[in-house]
Write a protein that binds this ligand. Structure first.
Ligand code: OOG
Ligand code: NI
Length: 472
């Protein structure tokens, strides 16, 4: 008889998310307000919308749902962090290059660690947006600064060996027993705690003049959570309630607008970074208090995942909003313009999003499903006849432009960059090499879910569906 029960990866993941939330709530109390208001918003939304409210995720999932953001300084640190997340069943998905997504100086490339299996996502979808400093990118760092960064980051230890060993064991064995699980959680959580070690003043501010993000990563002796983000079902409501409480939010909600049709992708907003006390070590040897503003609170509302075709349409719509706004910046707001652009181009129903292959859905067989004696039918026929019911696949990833907007909205200064220099080439393959494991392509994951459900429908109905979308 086993004396200790083994904790599965999803249980470890749920516990890890909770511990980070309690750590971050202690460090940044405004985060607790955000979580309280998010809960109120969700409860009211569910009261107003009944069952429909759970269309994009169960109440249990959405209430527990968080994403975190962390930043590391080197390929070595990134590969270590990826071993830690693997212990919790979180795998790298997607590549985001924020260096070009922003006019400010944001010298990072990123991926997100998250569960990839739909059942695992349903149990606990905790995900962490993880950025690595591109310290060798000449547009931001000259040779001397690059070497200083390499020395500084190379000399620190973010994650103790004991943590990495336990993490590898959990990844291999699919979880850990009680005592080891506790130790893993303790060590993993404390490696994201804000360090009390004094910050080298001159080094930090040398980096900050180049990029506040670079200073937050390479100017301090350890790493920390940058933000934790609860999920809400109505972000407009959340925004209004936070303002009403006197909390200054960034100017607008990033991503798609509010409109009467289906929610797509991801809408996000945040409150501004708050001043936090830190101690600094000065050139004269003195240690004195000061403050930094780098950490903030963010909130998000998730919509349906778009196919490549849908994503291209999305990008065209965003471009249309931009050019329209540039032509009439004073009279109209981005949100109003976007709402009109959405109405003009995007189908107003989930069913059409599915049938025009703009967004990802799985297909459920209706309880009463007589197909007759046919051997084949099109997806449109089956859906319009009510035989197959499209169920939306929620977008589990991030948007580079919103991410850049979130980074940027919290910078007091644009920093400096020299676009005459050539940037270090990074893409999903190069970052996969750094991680030592393949980064999943989000579209492949969504598309596999759709294909599986359609294959199942064909088997059950005993017919061929003629127009199954084949690509991503
Ligand atoms: C990450 C910013 C990106 C999001 O939600 O898009 C992000 C960071 O500030 O480190 O978290
Ligand atoms: Ni975020």
């Amino acid at each position: 008889m086993p004396t200790t029960t083994k904790l599965q990866q999803w249980e470890l993941r749920a516990a890890f998310a909770l511990r980070l939330a309690s750590l971050y709530g202690d460090e940044v109390p405004a985060y607790n307000t955000l979580v309280d208001v998010s809960r109120e918003v969700n409860e009211d939304f569910i009261r107003r919308n009944g069952e429909d409210a759970e269309r994009l995720g169960s109440v249990e999932r959405v209430t527990a749902e968080r994403h975190g953001a962390i930043r590391v300084g080197s390929p070595r640190e990134l590969s270590q962090v990826s071993r830690i997340f693997a212990a919790f069943g979180m795998h790298p998905v997607g590549f985001y290059d924020l260096r070009d997504a922003s006019k400010s100086s944001v010298p990072v490339v990123s991926t997100a660690f998250r569960p990839v299996d739909p059942q695992e996502l349903a149990k606990n979808p905790f995900r962490v947006f993880t950025s690595m400093l591109a310290h060798d990118d000449r547009r931001f760092f000259d040779e001397e600064t690059q070497h200083q960064l390499e020395r500084f980051v190379g000399a620190r230890t973010l994650f103790p060996d004991e943590l990495l060993d336990l993490a590898d064991k959990s990844a291999e064995e699919g979880g850990l027993d009680g005592n080891e699980a506790e130790r893993l959680l303790e060590l993993a959580t404390s490696s994201f705690k804000l360090s009390p070690t004094p910050v080298d003043h001159d080094w930090y501010f040398k980096l900050e003049a180049i990029s506040a993000v670079a200073a937050d990563i390479g100017g301090v002796p350890s790493t920390h959570i940058n933000h934790l983000t609860p999920r809400v079902l109505d972000i407009d409501d959340l925004y209004a309630r936070m303002q009403a409480r006197g909390i200054t939010m960034i100017d607008e909600i990033q991503g798609p607008p509010h409109w009467e049709g289906p929610d797509i992708l991801l809408r996000q907003t945040s409150f501004r970074a708050l001043a936090e006390e830190r101690t600094f070590r000065h050139a004269d040897g003195g240690i004195r208090p000061g403050s930094l503003r780098v950490r903030f609170g963010e909130v998000e509302q998730r919509g349906i995942a778009l196919t490549e075709k849908g994503r291209n349409l999305y990008d065209r719509m965003v471009a249309e909003v931009d050019s329209w706004l540039a032509a009439s910046p004073v009279v109209t707001s981005r949100a109003e313009i976007a709402e009109q652009v959405w109405r003009k181009h995007l189908p107003g129903t989930e069913q059409e999003l599915a049938l025009q292959d703009l967004a990802y859905f799985t297909y459920r067989l209706a309880n009463t499903a007589p197909v007759g004696h046919t051997v084949s039918a099109s997806l449109r026929e089956l859906v319009e006849a009510g035989i197959l019911v499209p169920e939306p696949i929620v977008y589990e990833d991030f948007l580079p432009r919103s991410a850049a907007g979130i980074f940027q909205s919290n910078l007091t200064d644009d920093g400096s960059r020299d676009d005459g220099q050539t940037g270090t080439p990074y893409d999903i393959n190069r970052l996969s090499e750094v991680l030592g494991r393949r980064i999943f392509d989000p579209n492949e994951l969504y598309s596999a879910q759709r294909s599986e459900s359609l294959a199942q429908a064909q088997r059950t109905l005993g017919i061929t569906i003629t127009d199954i979308p084949s690509n991503k």
